[in-house]
Design a protein around this ligand. Structure first.
Ligand SMILES: Nc1ccn([C@@H]2O[C@H](COP(=O)(O)O)[C@@H](O)[C@H]2O)c(=O)n1
Ligand SMILES: C[C@@]1(CO)OP(=O)(O)OP(=O)(O)OC[C@H]1O
Length: 164
């Protein structure tokens, strides 16, 4: 008999429109952007949503509880390290990744050229096969805050399983 746990994560970060063009970590990958994302950490909205989905599946709250943005320890933090720390909790509890499905909601930047690299990083952090991870991207057809290029959102759904 297997024990299955499902979790959903959602995160949004706004573009720092007063900052210079440069690189933004998304899904653990450096992606060229017109504006970086405003955040306490490196602002990797994709990895934050994944971490929240895993915490949801484990019934362990959200990343803000584990890595408060009032704590200088997480200022400029590498979100891959935050995800690694969250995943360690899943491993200790005996869970493996069933599958992970991610939807990045962004008018810009174009995500498709970076999907394979993102999957590679995420699979590595989660110690999982790449075929258990899917990354999608969509615009909002110029509607809403994403459509106005004010920020990026990401949804993540995860299934964890362990033998009982
Ligand atoms: N930031 C994005 C947004 C979308 N894509 C890719 O384009 C396809 C079409 O997007 P729609 O919003 O018109 O559905 C989408 O399926 C993605 O493959 C992207 O790479 N980056
Ligand atoms: C990642 C953390 C780290 O302090 O801060 P931010 O990078 O601001 O990201 P957010 O998703 O707003 O909050 C979660 C925090 O844990």
């Amino acid at each position: 008999m297997n024990d299955f746990r499902i979790g959903h994560g959602y995160d949004v970060h706004r573009f720092a429109t007063d900052a210079a063009e440069g690189m933004q970590k998304l899904g653990g990958v450096n992606v060229p952007v017109k504006y970086p994302l405003l955040a306490h950490s490196d602002g990797d909205v994709v990895l934050h949503a994944i971490a929240d989905a895993i915490l949801g599946a484990l019934g362990k709250g959200d990343i803000g509880e584990h890595f408060p943005d009032s704590d200088d320890a997480w200022a400029g933090a590498d979100s891959a390290e935050l995800l690694r720390s969250v995943w360690a909790q899943a491993k200790v509890a005996g869970y493996q990744l069933g599958n992970l499905d991610v939807t990045i909601v962004a008018e810009t930047p174009k995500i498709s050229p970076h999907k394979a690299a993102m999957k590679d990083v995420i699979a590595h952090v989660l110690g999982a096969d790449m075929n258990r991870i899917n990354i999608k991207a969509t615009t909002t057809e110029r509607l809403g805050f994403v459509g106005r290029k004010e920020g990026i959102g990401t949804h993540a759904v995860v299934l964890l399983c362990r033998a009982q």
